[in-house]
Ligand binder design. Structure first.
Ligand SMILES: NC(=O)c1ccc[n+]([C@@H]2O[C@H](COP(=O)([O-])OP(=O)(O)OC[C@H]3O[C@@H](n4cnc5c(N)ncnc54)[C@H](OP(=O)(O)O)[C@@H]3O)[C@@H](O)[C@H]2O)c1
Length: 238
């Protein structure tokens, strides 16, 4: 692998993955709104500030990134947030903004990345889905809509780009211990078996990249060993 583009690189899974690639001397371009949460001094890291929910701005953003970093051959579509409420609590704007970031931004960026990878006849695309993309549950209507959508997109894309030398892999984690829960009224209990660590996901991504080019790992489902939750007041607004 030559260079990795990660969305949502400032926190959680994206940050852990960026850190692991940098530790292995692989250059990383990272997109997020606020990079002050993760400042890496390495020259191998280029943080780019952008709000990925602004869909109209994405073609210019990604075209510029690919012009400046034509050696990007791995894309990790990871940026996202959770919002778990009864469907009638969401305004039309909240629904649009949620799906913009959690589904449409991934598809839009990928449309340009696929063109680039097809030209290079090489590339690997990862998306961070969720166990909510496998089974829908109450209060998870929007989240499941986005993650099921992402899963369908990945399946069709994998079939479409297979003969162009591009591999597509979807990871579907259960609870991962990250700041994702700061804006929510629940979180996994502190016991280590109650959550996957973001570093576990980073390691799996790196391992998957080392599989023989002829083998595509289509999807990886991961769960914490146990699933106990704490309910709490919300700390952060999204
Ligand atoms: N944690 C879990 O239990 C869990 C489980 C399954 C799947 N996932 C998925 O894993 C992915 C990463 O989540 P995480 O747990 O690592 O959460 P996190 O720690 O909150 O990280 C989310 C990342 O997305 C970025 N982001 C959010 N809104 C953005 C926007 N509008 N434009 C650009 N970047 C934006 C954030 O950066 P800024 O705020 O700086 O923009 C941050 O870097 C998400 O897709 C989530 O659905 C998480």
């Amino acid at each position: 692998m030559k260079k990795v583009l990660i969305t949502g690189s400032s926190s959680g899974i994206g940050k852990a993955t960026a850190e692991l690639f940098l530790k292995n001397d692989v250059p990383v371009v990272g997109i997020a709104r606020q990079h002050k949460k993760f400042i890496h001094k390495s020259k191998l890291y280029e943080p780019i500030e952008a709000d990925l929910s602004l869909i109209e701005s994405l073609p210019k953003l990604i075209t510029t990134i690919l012009q400046e970093h034509p050696d990007i051959d791995v894309f990790i579509g990871n940026a996202g947030y959770g919002d778990f409420q009864s469907i009638e609590n969401f305004s039309a704007n909240q629904i649009r903004n949620f799906l913009n970031l959690n589904l449409i931004s991934h598809i839009t960026l990928c449309r340009f990345i696929v063109s680039h990878m097809k030209y290079e006849k090489n590339g690997t695309i990862f998306f961070i889905g969720s166990e909510s993309g496998l089974v829908g549950k109450k209060k998870g209507t929007l989240y499941s809509a986005a993650k099921f959508g992402l899963r369908g997109f990945c399946q069709a894309l994998r079939d479409e780009v297979a003969t162009s030398g591009i591999r597509v892999c979807l990871l579907n984690p259960g609870f991962v211990r990250t700041p994702f829960f700061e804006s929510l009224n629940f979180e996994p209990k502190e016991t280590e078996t109650n959550a996957i660590e973001p570093e576990d996901i980073a390691k799996i991504i790196l391992d998957l990249l080392h599989t023989r080019i002829g083998t595509n790992i289509d999807e990886v489902n991961l769960s914490p060993t146990t699933k106990s939750l704490n309910f709490k007041p919300v700390k952060k607004e999204t």
